[in-house]
Design a binder for this molecule. Structure first.
Ligand code: ASP
Ligand code: MG
Length: 418
């Protein structure tokens, strides 16, 4: 059994969907489960709709229309008018409208998960119908029947036991199965695994099915040693060990979703990252090898960070009790910590404010601590660094923090204005 994952970019247009069919024809379709994301940038479009809806603004209609027009154009590019898929898609839009009309909750995270998943449902319905239409027979599965989670909306935790039992019992391994990434279910309620969670979905299925491999199909040749949007020169990593991939994901490499590797490593299932444009190329393999190949410095860039230095008002040392109080708050305000540095009286963290909670965190802490913050800084992490690599990063701005250990250098940089 193989697991394939196609992200938004691989289904962003009618031609892209046709290319998915080409990939499947080239690779074979038996005993394969395909996980697909929302099309193109549709999850962002859904977020705009959700925000407008939640804030009750006039933009709801326009945001909804944008999504409808996009999918309608997809349909027109792939099917003749009158094909029954038009009804399925309309039905999904009807369901979404109904949900919006009758919802009474103002819990943002809850409503987010109820709405955003339509992107995946629409996408997989379209791709599945197209493949069936051209003779690639497949079964469409509602992933929520399989991936069982708790109810932490927008970041649900998988109930592994229940999920594994359901997947093992209900998936017909002999077939080509098409399903959604990113989504799960708690009792009768839709949940999501967090943005970019579809890789993780592929990892979950692979683990539960004891798959022979997972392949993530991308618009890049594989995993590169740096983001080509930030660095002029990049190199393809041909091999990465599980440990290295976990380290890279931990530091924020966005090529593979952080949680994806662990379940694969547990069962020693190799992960391939390949280009959906160049099917002859091998891309990158992540497996039980050692380190990376070729051994070059790897750069991971996290923009839009906040560096916060915290010290106690009574000059007490920043040790266990103070630090644990700060960590509790960081956790409560869902602030993601990307770097920690401490001295006797001050404790610095580089954080990401995904949920717009930093101001609340700040206010909450102000009574007991002195806090200094630098907003909009960039965190550069270099795995397998050398002097040239560090020098190279330092040309980008003023280094406020530098932290170096055996394999990894991290610099928080206030970047030069461009
Ligand atoms: N569509 C979701 C997102 O864009 C999940 C994914 O693509 O992995 O975040
Ligand atoms: Mg996506």
């Amino acid at each position: 059994m193989r697991i394939f994952k196609f992200g938004g970019a691989s289904v962003k247009s009618p031609d892209a969907v046709k290319n998915v069919a080409r990939v499947l024809q080239h690779e074979g379709v038996e005993e394969t489960l395909v996980v697909i994301s929302a099309m193109g940038k549709m999850t962002n479009a859904f977020e705009r709709l959700i925000n407008a809806y939640h804030n009750n603004t006039d933009d709801v209609e326009e945001a909804f229309k944008f999504i409808k027009v996009f999918h309608n154009e997809m349909l027109l590019g792939l099917f003749n008018k009158g094909h029954k898929v038009y009804d399925s898609i309309n039905f999904l839009f009807g369901e979404l409208s109904m949900l919006m009309a009758k919802n009474t909750s103002d819990d943002y995270d809850y409503i987010y998960d109820q709405m955003v998943g339509f992107g995946e449902l629409l996408s997989t319905s379209i791709v599945s119908a197209y493949l069936n239409e051209i003779g690639i027979t497949n079964t469409w599965l509602d992933v929520r029947e399989f991936i069982k989670t708790d109810d932490r909306f927008r970041g649900a935790k998988v109930d592994w036991k229940l999920t594994e039992a359901t997947i093992v019992n209900k998936i017909d391994r002999s077939k080509l199965n098409i399903t959604q990434g990113f989504l799960g279910r708690h009792r009768d309620t839709t949940t999501t695994l967090g943005r970019e969670g579809s890789d993780y979905t592929a990892g979950i299925f692979a683990y539960c099915l004891g798959a022979e491999s997972v392949t993530i199909w991308k618009d890049v040749p594989g995993v590169l040693n740096a983001d080509p949007r930030v660095f002029d020169e990049t190199e393809l990593l041909r091999k990465i060990s599980y440990t290295e991939a976990i380290e890279m994901a931990f530091y924020g490499a966005s090529v593979i979703h952080p949680k994806t590797i662990q379940p694969l490593e547990q069962k020693q299932i190799p992960l391939y990252v390949r280009s959906f444009d160049n099917l002859d190329q091998e891309g990158t393999s992540v497996s039980a090898c050692y380190g990376i190949e070729p051994e070059v410095p790897c750069y991971i860039v996290k923009k839009n960070q906040i560096l916060v230095s915290i010290s106690a008002k009574d000059f007490s040392f920043m040790v266990e009790d103070n630090i644990s109080a700060v960590f509790k708050k960081l956790h409560n305000y869902k602030l993601k910590v990307n770097l920690i540095q401490n001295s006797a009286i001050s404790f610095s963290v580089c954080i990401e404010d995904k949920f717009n909670e930093f101001e609340n965190f700040y206010k909450d802490l102000q009574s007991s601590f002195n806090i200094k913050s630098y907003k909009n800084v960039t965190l550069y992490t270099i795995r397998h660094f050398d002097d040239i690599a560090i020098k190279n990063i330092k040309t980008r701005g003023k280094a406020i923090i530098r932290q170096i250990n055996t394999e990894t250098a991290q610099l928080v940089i206030q970047e030069n204005m461009q």
